[in-house]
Design a protein around this ligand. Structure first.
Ligand SMILES: Nc1ncnc2c1ncn2[C@@H]1O[C@H](COP(=O)(O)OP(=O)(O)OP(=O)(O)O)[C@@H](O)[C@H]1O
Ligand SMILES: [Mg+2]
Length: 290
């Protein structure tokens, strides 16, 4: 008989490290945890998968870090974690009894990911809902994040159980959405944006990835996937356009080789600028509401 898997036993294929108890009640009615010393918790989401959400999250984190900000990265894409690969990091995560120590990128970004809990990069994480909930809570409340200006969360794509868990347990201050110019991506991102809006998570802005290719010879912008509907969607939701990321083989190469932190461009710098302005605007709005 085949060995029982986590899917049948309810146990994780590799157990998460023990951590300081997360504030919240897995198994009961979920409640949001406190933010500790983190000033802004911002999630990055998408509707469809594969639109460059993790890359955008990583690039934004790296750019904010270059500006001297204290940034952390929580990879909440439990079943499809890609943040460690982008930064060239591997596990394991260590807990010396005082909470989980995040792994650190070359520029010092603390990062946690379910990828650090499996020995083999190809090993699937097959966990049932309650365990995923516990993991998400531990990754937020059980990690020694220290003092952070921004904790960015790479959300799983779509509107399934895991994003819902993140929304229900982590006190998210705002959310950025990434999509590509194709109609299908635009249509599906609206589902995710509506979910965030229904759960009262402020929408900070939208980013279009793979917007165009810059001709290496004449620098003309070639809209590979059409004109897209970035402005239209931003208008519909009353949120700012944070920017556009071109298709760039150098970005793909940096991502594949774990060197995404080394990739910088005027477009990414502009997105970081717009992001910081959107957070400042949202924070002042929140103060006015008080
Ligand atoms: N602007 C870009 N130019 C070139 N390659 C890109 C660009 N954006 C993303 N990629 C590449 O496309 C692939 C998918 O990107 P990424 O993993 O960031 O997408 P995702 O939306 O997070 O996917 P998933 O839904 O699987 O989490 C990666 O190999 C990445 O390097
Ligand atoms: Mg991803």
């Amino acid at each position: 008989m085949a060995e029982p898997t986590e899917a049948t036993t309810g146990r994780p294929s590799s157990a998460p490290p023990s951590a300081a108890p997360a504030r919240g009640r897995p198994g009961g009615v979920l409640q949001k945890m406190g933010k500790g010393q983190i000033t802004h918790v911002v999630a990055v989401g998408s509707g469809k998968g594969g639109v460059g959400k993790s890359s955008t999250t990583a690039l934004l984190a790296a750019e904010l870090r270059r500006r001297g900000l204290a940034v952390g990265l929580l990879d909440a894409d439990v079943t499809g974690p890609s943040i460690p690969r982008l930064f060239g990091l591997s596990g394991p995560l260590v807990d010396k009894g005082e909470g989980i120590e995040a792994s650190r990128s070359a520029s010092g970004i603390p990062i946690v990911s379910s990828q650090f809990l499996v020995e083999d990069e190809q090993a699937p994480v097959i966990w049932r809902g309650p365990l995923v909930t516990r993991l998400i809570m531990q990754f937020f409340g059980g990690v020694n994040w220290g003092k952070l200006d921004y904790l960015l969360i790479d959300m799983p794509p779509g509107t399934s159980d895991v994003p819902l868990t993140v929304f229900q347990t982590i006190p998210i201050d705002g959310m950025v959405f990434v999509f590509t110019p194709q109609d299908l991506a635009a249509m599906i991102v609206k589902k995710a944006m509506n979910m965030a809006r229904d759960l009262h998570v402020p929408l900070l802005g939208v980013v279009e990835n793979m917007s165009y290719l810059s001709c290496p010879h004449c620098h003309e912008r070639i809209p590979l996937f059409g004109a897209g509907s970035l402005d239209k969607i931003a208008g519909e939701y009353g949120v700012p356009v944070l920017g556009k990321v071109p298709v760039d083989p150098a970005l793909s190469d940096a991502a594949d080789h774990g060197r995404i932190e080394g990739y910088a461009s005027p477009e990414i710098a502009a997105i970081a600028e717009a992001f910081l302005a959107a957070v400042a605007h949202q924070t002042s709005d929140a103060l006015t509401t008080l």
